[in-house]
Design a protein around this ligand. Structure first.
Ligand code: SAH
Length: 542
């Protein structure tokens, strides 16, 4: 997700500069679940917030936008976790806003649709607190869209009714309300109230709605765990008997458009649950690419990047980096570690002098460019002969002074090879990887409880640390590797290598995963290890 908003951020520098010192509460809609459906303004608010009060439904990934030191307060409501009462939430929002803080009240979907956002806004207004509303993409419309259902369509209807099903249809007031909804033409979308679905659909039929009206239930819409069942007003309650919240129900002839319009569930990785073992600094890119292809990808932090163990040696080397002819970066972590220290020491990018820069792989090169340095040579593979070949196109390698910032304990072989071929190589530990013990994102818990179809490894240390966690492995779990070095470690650890990327970077790994799950062109059975996606539609072709 990083990076895609940079230009807009430049254009939209400030949110209420005048109000920053006075305290303000933003009621922010988080959208239905896919983190990319948060609005740009919502993200800005999160980045500036001193306090974030969030609900269960809003995706926990959003909390990564919080600035360091921001107070993150969970407000509810999930079984087993203490949640705040509405009065406590109001008091918290008012108290923090009055003390001059920038407060974000983050709510699933749109804050004003069945989210009690209206009540919170009234409480803030009564207390004289400044507040603003940042509308969000509501699940009422997005869940239908992600299931292939347009809520209005000129050939079907021009009226949309959104209602809550949480009121018991046996109550006389509610009964009349449901009857009135049934008599209103057009599409009807129900939020909440899954438990009363049977009673509500009966009520609708009593009030004159055709039992054959198409109906759908969509659960966890817009996320990789999305599930959909379809039926009619008559049988949807029994079709969806096993459905758990959060889900919306859609009633109306537009539901019949789903076979043609269900774009999300036809994405190549839809329904695949993929655990991504990477350090928190790196996992984002792989996860967002997998999610964009429909996968239910989640992060399993197994390693963490820490600063160089010998700080002094690294600082001194960076301070003299201008005395080298080349710097060779072999990973994004090395780039980050180097420039962090470089800009602590120097104010001016020109302090790097005339050094030329080589970067192994497109991601490393991209990271260097993000610091506004051009990459002179970009060998694709982390192999000495490849790197030399690339360098030799530019210069003679004999006596070439090369600085190689790398991970502590990384293989010496590259240094040996380059030296053997005549280069003078100084390698320095720029960072180190250590096992991650904190399950910040909840990924380890998810892996334990729900398992996965696939787990990805992007370095030997992710494989080693995953095995060290000693988690129960779900049956049929497949393992994907970014390249031969990682694969070798995996095999030594007793992990099967079901997928190996042909090109050893994130995009290469994603391509290999897509290929693995693709249906063979001859129409023969799918890969035998693949489990069918829950609630998935049949493929367009078959
Ligand atoms: N303000 C929210 C709704 C809050 S009420 C919005 O605009 O979306 C909570 C209900 O929203 C859930 O019971 C469910 O009916 C629905 N909901 C929220 N997120 C959902 C999702 N990802 N998939 C399906 N239903 C969802």
């Amino acid at each position: 997700m990083e990076g895609c908003f940079t230009r807009l951020d430049l254009l939209e520098k400030s949110l209420h500069p005048l109000r920053m010192s006075h305290g303000i509460c933003y009621l922010v809609g988080a959208g239905p679940g896919d983190p990319l459906l948060l609005t740009l303004k919502g993200r800005q608010c999160l980045e500036r917030a001193d306090v974030i009060v969030y609900d269960y439904l809003s995706n926990p990934v959003f909390l990564n936008f919080a600035k360091p030191g921001a107070r993150l307060q969970f407000a509810g409501k999930k079984a087993g976790q203490h949640s705040l009462s509405q009065a406590e939430i109001n008091a918290l929002l008012i108290g923090e806003t009055k003390s001059g803080k920038t407060v974000v009240r983050l709510k699933g979907g749109d804050p004003y649709l069945f989210g009690r956002g209206g009540e919170e806004a009234s409480a803030l207004a009564e207390a004289g607190c400044a507040f603003e509303v940042v509308p969000g993409v509501t699940s009422a419309i997005a869940a239908a869209a992600y299931a292939g259902i347009p809520v209005t369509h000129r050939d079907h209807n021009t009226v949309l009714t959104i209602f809550t099903g949480h009121e018991d249809p046996a109550n006389s007031g509610a009964s009349e309300k449901y009857a009135a909804i049934a008599r209103t033409p057009g599409t009807k979308v129900m939020l909440m109230g899954l438990r009363q679905l049977e009673a509500i659909t009966e009520k609708f039929q009593e009030a004159g709605m055709a039992p054959e009206t198409p109906a759908a239930l969509v659960r966890w819409a817009s996320t990789g765990r999305q599930e959909t069942v379809t039926g009619t007003l008559r049988d949807i309650a029994s079709q969806g008997a096993a459905f758990q919240p959060p889900a919306v129900a859609v009633f109306g002839s537009v539901v019949a458009l789903r076979p043609q319009l269900a774009w999300f569930e036809k994405l190549p990785l839809f329904g695949k649950r993929i655990a991504v073992t990477r350090s928190p600094e790196q996992a984002g890119d792989l996860i967002s690419q997998l999610r964009a292809l429909g996968a239910d990808a989640f992060e399993m932090p197994t390693i963490r990047i820490e600063p160089a163990p010998d700080k002094r040696e690294f600082y001194e080397t960076v301070a003299y980096s201008h005395s080298y002819e080349w710097i060779l970066f072999t990973s994004t972590n090395a780039v980050e570690a180097f420039f962090k220290v470089f800009y602590e020491i120097y104010q001016d990018a020109r302090s790097l002098g005339a050094v030329r820069i080589a970067a192994v792989g497109p991601e490393t090169a991209e990271r260097i460019r993000s610091y506004r340095f051009q990459v002179d040579v970009q060998p694709e593979k982390y192999v000495a002969t490849e790197i030399l070949k690339a360098l030799q196109k530019e210069t003679s390698v004999e006596n070439l002074k090369i600085l190689l910032p790398r991970a502590e304990g990384a293989r010496e072989i590259l240094v040996q090879e380059l030296t053997r071929l005549g280069a003078i190589v100084d390698d320095v530990s720029a960072y180190r990887t250590v096992p991650e013990t904190v399950d910040v994102s909840g990924g380890i818990r998810r892996f334990r409880e729900e398992g996965a179809d696939l787990i990805t490894f992007t370095s030997s240390s992710t494989a080693e640390n995953f095995v060290a966690l000693d988690l129960p492995r779900p049956p049929g779990l497949c393992h994907a590797s970014i390249g031969p070095v990682t694969s070798k470690t995996m095999k030594n650890l007793g992990l099967s290598v079901d997928i190996e990327a042909r090109e050893h970077h994130v995009a290469g790994l994603v391509a290999a995963i897509v290929k693995f799950y693709a249906k063979p062109a001859d129409g023969s059975a799918e890969n035998p290890k693949v489990r069918p996606a829950n609630g998935a539609l049949p493929d367009a072709e078959g």
